[in-house]
Design a protein around this ligand. Structure first.
Ligand code: SF4
Ligand code: SF4
Length: 176
């Protein structure tokens, strides 16, 4: 968002800037929208296959990114950390390191005893885009994901992985 007037107007992040009496806030000024589009372009370059980011970009009219595409698997949004701590009362994961080495992991990079394998961190992740909604609706998903090793097993250890198409479906496609 943009705060202030004239020469003193500046862009700040709305989630961290403290509100105060009389503060003038613009959330859709030209400057704000340009900055937002640039951020979305950066996200697109980081994780171009994320449907969530693609949808966000499309909603802003952004069709391509000017930045170098990296195909990372995390945009460091921190949603998984908040989901674990605030919703699941888990505190099993968090940020470590700084700069390019910054990442999400468990304490000491080993399996956390705090983790209850609820899968909520994967559910909320905008980049873990291949998840499905689990084997609930008959005929929609097969439930095989409960019996096979998820493709992201290394990363998420033995947490249930809600993939769509699931890894079993992918295996069948490879056989064809
Ligand atoms: S699966 Fe583990 S790390 Fe993820 S939200 Fe649940 S408790 Fe936290
Ligand atoms: S929610 Fe996904 S993209 Fe965001 S920090 Fe966690 S793993 Fe990375």
């Amino acid at each position: 968002m943009e705060i202030g007037e004239g020469q003193t107007a500046k862009l700040v992040s709305s989630c961290t800037y403290p509100a105060e009496e009389g503060l003038v806030v613009r959330t859709h000024s030209k400057r704000v929208e340009q900055a937002r589009k640039m951020v979305v372009e950066v996200l697109l370059a980081t994780c171009p296959r994320s449907r969530t980011i693609q949808d966000l970009a499309a909603s802003m009219g952004v069709q391509r990114t000017r930045f170098k595409v990296k195909n990372e698997d995390c945009i460091l949004c921190g949603l998984c950390v908040r989901m674990c701590a605030e919703q699941m009362q888990g505190k099993a994961i968090g940020f470590v390191n700084r700069g390019e080495l910054r990442k999400i992991t468990t304490p000491f990079d080993i399996r956390s005893e705090e983790c209850r394998l609820c899968g909520a961190c994967m559910y909320i992740c905008p980049v873990c885009q291949l998840r499905c909604q689990g084997p609930e609706a008959p005929g929609v998903v097969c439930g095989s994901c409960l019996n096979v090793s998820p493709v992201c097993l290394e990363k998420y250890e033995d947490a249930l992985c809600y993939l769509d198409p699931c890894c079993q479906c992918l295996k069948e496609e490879v056989k064809k």
